[in-house]
Ligand binder design. Structure first.
Ligand code: SF4
Ligand code: SF4
Length: 153
């Protein structure tokens, strides 16, 4: 996955650089919702995501997340037996409201310079690489739109 070719697009005042030759389709294996032998999964959320989710599911934030020391992500969703507490019978119970970090997986977004974000492949454990079809600019644009909405709300 090194040396991936990249393209870019602009949204508002921001530029996003994304890998443009990735073939991927989620296999719904739920590996990214839990710890594995090699990896401890941290399901980090933005403060506004936590507040929004708390309102939506009518459960206080502190009942499903703990604060972190991270500057960007204020909380981390709790796990039980190494699995996200929202994973029940291998289904995400908050799928439509799942946090950005889950929507992005196996990618993550990093600010590399003022107003320039890089969308990177980081989920090496994901089972879906080379399955499905090539992810296009629209796929990454939707992710970026979602992220900007949350970062600027
Ligand atoms: S690990 Fe990859 S294939 Fe499995 S659920 Fe997560 S994103 Fe989908
Ligand atoms: S919120 Fe949903 S998608 Fe995210 S880790 Fe938990 S169960 Fe998986």
């Amino acid at each position: 996955m090194n040396n991936l070719k990249c393209s870019n697009f602009q949204l508002s005042k921001y530029y996003f650089v994304f890998p443009n030759e990735i073939i991927w389709k989620c296999q719904r294996c739920t590996l990214c919702c839990k710890d594995s032998r090699k990896h401890i999964r941290h399901i980090k959320i933005l403060k506004q995501e936590g507040i929004g989710l708390s309102r939506k599911i009518k459960v206080p934030l502190e009942h499903f997340a703990v604060p972190t020391l991270d500057k960007t992500y204020s909380h981390e969703i709790l796990k039980y037996n190494g699995k996200c507490i929202f994973l029940k019978d291998n289904i995400c119970k908050i799928y439509d409201s799942r946090p950005l970090i889950c929507r992005f997986y196996p990618f993550e977004m990093k600010l590399i310079e003022k107003d320039i974000y890089h969308i990177l492949f980081s989920g090496k454990e994901c089972n879906a690489i080379d399955k499905g079809k090539k992810l296009n600019k629209e796929y990454f644009r939707e992710l970026a739109k979602n992220a900007l909405k949350n970062f600027t709300d």
